[in-house]
Design a protein around this ligand. Structure first.
Ligand code: NAD
Length: 343
């Protein structure tokens, strides 16, 4: 029986893992996030399973390695919270590259429609038997230009959804998809032409704070920004200034750069220390959801299935299709081609 420590778990995470546990996997669910303070909980386990806000820095990696752990199973797609370089050659890292691009893309559109058609305001009004329409004017999506940054799995589903609304879609990607029928433009062209911009690229050194004071200035006045990718793609203070100056017409945020200590927790009844987040939330044209875009039944089931498949593949010495590593992200031959693993 393999023992797996699952960090940062919530009640909705557990059923899927229990469903796919079989006779060979035993899961211990920890509510705590994996960090330097909690890493000792991993002692005695064969592998750890982590999510988006666990902090798997080099120190944590050293401790895990010392405990004999050779596998970190991410139950998400993004891996910016794991020091992949520190893991290389010692601990294999697997992830769930795609569990439901539909879940995230549909949430991005849900946020946009909510914000644009003022559904969040209307819902509160009619519950109070206030049936007035003042302040609820939106605009048609049909005929507007959507700028999509990152045309991977989620970005492409989102493009299809936008086309269904009769929108013109333009896109930017570091690696444009060949023969995809996507209308690629430069980033500057995308900023200048888009009525709405949606971010679907990963957080990297290159993309951190790609939405900042300078790039906001290049956008149309009144632009809507949607971020369901990673919070640090946007410089939150610059966004706040853009909203205060009315240059940014609305922001739909499922992620926030300082979300790690806040999201997934109940802070009602507490005084939130993060002034930027508090100010953003106070704006009538900002909608924040708490990294919720992935949260559908279908996605949770796919996450649990792929994670358990990844764990079984590692311990049965099978090919690790979903492994990520420092070397794979860099030039050079990946050993996965020959050995099935990155090292
Ligand atoms: P993906 O790997 O399929 O696509 C990412 C795309 O971004 C690729 O086409 C890649 O070429 C492109 N890209 C890389 N660097 C870029 C750059 N500098 N500029 C422009 N494009 C660049 O990933 P995906 O499955 O579509 O997921 C996209 C992102 O969504 C993930 O990185 C993750 O951070 C985020 N995500 C969020 C949630 C959520 O619940 N909010 C859930 C899943 C994924």
């Amino acid at each position: 029986m393999l023992k797996i420590a699952v960090f940062d778990t919530k009640p909705y995470d557990e059923p899927g893992f229990i469903k796919y546990a079989g006779d060979d996997l035993e899961f211990k669910f920890f509510e705590s996030r994996l960090s330097e303070d909690t890493v000792q909980l991993a002692q005695g386990f064969d592998a750890v399973c982590v999510f988006v806000n666990d902090d798997v820095n080099a120190h944590v990696v050293d401790r895990l390695y010392a405990y004999g752990i050779r596998l970190i199973a991410l139950r998400c797609a993004g891996f910016n919270n794991v020091d992949i370089r520190a893991c290389f050659g010692r601990i294999h890292v697997v992830r769930v590259p795609a569990y439901s691009p539909y879940a995230v893309a549909e949430h991005a559109m849900a946020l946009l429609l909510t914000s644009l058609r003022r559904i969040h305001k209307a819902y509160i009004r009619t519950r109070d038997f206030n049936f007035t329409l003042n302040g609820l004017t939106g605009f048609d999506l049909h005929g507007k230009t959507m700028g999509v940054i990152g045309t991977g799995k989620i970005g492409r589903v989102f493009i299809d959804i936008c086309r269904g609304f009769g929108m013109k879609v333009i896109a930017y990607d570091l690696f444009p998809a060949q023969d995809s029928g996507i209308d690629y433009v430069t980033l500057d062209e995308l900023y200048a032409q888009s009525d709405i911009i949606s971010l679907h690229c990963p957080l990297t050194e290159q993309t951190e704070h790609m939405i900042n004071t300078q790039t906001i200035e290049k956008m149309k006045k009144g632009v809507f920004l949607i971020n369901t990718s990673r919070g640090a793609l946007i410089d939150s203070e610059a966004l706040l200034e853009g909203i205060k100056s009315r240059h940014v017409g609305a922001a739909c945020l499922d992620v926030y750069e300082e979300e790690a200590d806040i999201f997934f927790q109940d802070y009602s009844g507490h005084i939130v220390e993060d002034d930027v987040l508090a100010r953003l939330i106070s704006m009538p044209n900002v909608i924040v959801t708490s990294h919720q875009a992935f949260l559908t039944r279908d996605a949770l089931d796919n996450i649990a299935q792929t994670t358990t498949d990844n764990i079984r593949a590692f311990f049965s010495d099978a090919r690790l299709n979903n492994e990520i590593c420092y070397q794979c992200g860099h030039a050079g031959e990946c050993k996965k081609q020959r050995r099935g693993k990155c090292f």
